[in-house]
Design a binder for this molecule. Structure first.
Ligand SMILES: [Ca+2]
Ligand SMILES: [Ca+2]
Length: 261
């Protein structure tokens, strides 16, 4: 995320923007999105009061006692190492220690490698969508803007939405968060975002060995050690990263290339 912040001339809420300004590409007015969330909160305030007990129970169930700053996160639901033709989910999460009432951002992905098949918000901390989650496989973006209506503002951790992806081609697909806004429940709409946590999905060809040998979600020295130990043993396709019928230093080099991913 390369972000700079800018404040509106009226002194109202500010919104993080980046040089590409994907929202503008999509025809969105960033300030109007934030305003529409706040307007919707006011319009539905009474309705919300009655529905609040259920919503609060859901909030409590997903809150964590340990929260560091105010952040967006992208998390692959099972594994970040997938095969072409398979489906997987990535969850958009928020974590806040300061009370907020608006969460909005753009998630970008390489559409040549990944295609979105849907975005689910069945389980969400968002009470009111100013902009329902929208995706474009042409642009490679998922956008959303939602309001959180807890009386004292939302703190803790929660899910915003789950993106359903299909892997269409092999490669390293970085999922990026841009224009993130977590607006404080302070009457001013101050953007209190402190950081984002993005993710990379590694798509391999059909039949190619999974580089995450021990299945812990990352390629680490443990996977490489595991491969070293098998080099002198009978051939095992599980360790043959380039599929050439041998397990040798070329396969180890492949893992080194993914180290830390
Ligand atoms: Ca591993
Ligand atoms: Ca090999």
């Amino acid at each position: 995320m390369r972000a700079t912040n800018s404040r509106s001339r009226s002194g109202g809420p500010f919104f993080y923007t980046d040089s590409s300004d994907t929202l503008a590409t999509l025809g969105y007015n960033k300030y109007s999105i934030v305003k529409s969330v706040l307007r919707a909160i006011n319009t539905h305030r009474h309705k919300i009061m009655w529905g609040a007990p259920i919503a609060l129970a859901l909030f409590v169930s997903v809150q964590s006692s340990i929260v560091d700053g105010n952040s967006f996160s992208l998390t692959a639901s099972s594994t970040r190492f997938v095969e072409v033709g398979t489906s997987f989910d990535v969850t958009i999460g928020i974590s806040t220690e300061d009370p907020i009432n608006v969460a909005a951002a753009i998630v970008s992905y390489p559409p040549t490698l990944l295609q979105v098949t849907g975005v689910s918000s069945d389980e969400t901390a968002i009470d009111l969508w100013a902009e329902e989650p929208f995706f474009s496989n042409e642009l490679g973006v998922v956008t959303f803007a939602g309001g959180l209506l807890k009386k004292a503002g939302f703190t803790g951790t929660g899910t915003v939405a789950t993106i359903h992806f299909s892997a269409v081609a092999a490669g390293s697909a970085h999922l990026d968060i841009s224009s993130p806004a977590l607006l404080a429940h302070d009457g001013k709409g101050t953007n209190v975002l402190t950081h984002t946590s993005e993710t990379t999905v590694v798509v391999r060809e059909v039949g190619q060995a999974n580089p995450d040998i021990n299945g812990d979600g990352s390629v680490t020295i443990t996977d490489i050690n595991s491969m070293y130990l098998t080099i002198l043993r009978p051939y095992n396709a599980r360790y043959d990263m380039d599929g050439n019928g041998k397990v040798n230093f070329r396969d180890i080099a492949h893992l080194f290339g993914l180290l830390g991913s």
